[in-house]
Design a protein around this ligand. Structure first.
Ligand SMILES: [Zn+2]
Length: 137
């Protein structure tokens, strides 16, 4: 009886831990509901609210990324939410057509790359979402 309880409790935790770094990973569909924190909907249809620094939240709230298959690295926080790693750790990936792609933003005019949505600091044009393979970084 005790053993069974232990098993079901461990299965309920939708987090996988990467052994080498101690960083946790969550993956699911990025959902952006009005007035709520961005969240991941896992394959088990659980919603994990996501938090992070301002630049990270900018990415998570980018309407162009709504519904993507998102993988986030970071730390679970109390209450079932998940704290995504700081923006400089490049902790967010989109899975698309079998590739794991880093989320970046690109100004074609100035050839300037950033990691959060907004206007280009050079020409003030809106930057475009540019998903790239991490090896290309
Ligand atoms: Zn520019």
């Amino acid at each position: 009886m005790r053993r069974r309880q232990f098993l079901s409790a461990s299965l309920a935790v939708p987090l996988a831990y990467a052994a080498e770094s101690g960083t946790a990973t969550v993956r699911g569909k990025l959902t952006q509901l009005e007035g709520k924190a961005p969240a991941l909907e896992t394959q088990e249809h659980k919603f994990i609210p996501l938090g992070g620094d301002l630049a990270t939240l900018g990415v998570l709230q980018d309407k162009r990324l709504a519904g993507v298959d998102l993988e986030a690295l970071g730390e679970p926080s109390p209450g079932g939410a998940f704290q995504v790693g700081p923006i400089h750790t490049k902790a967010m990936f989109v899975h698309k057509d079998g590739s794991r792609l880093l989320i970046t933003y690109w100004c074609d005019l100035c050839s300037i790359r950033t990691y959060t949505p907004g206007v280009c600091w050079c020409c003030q044009e809106e930057t475009a979402v540019d998903l790239r393979k991490p090896e290309a970084e």
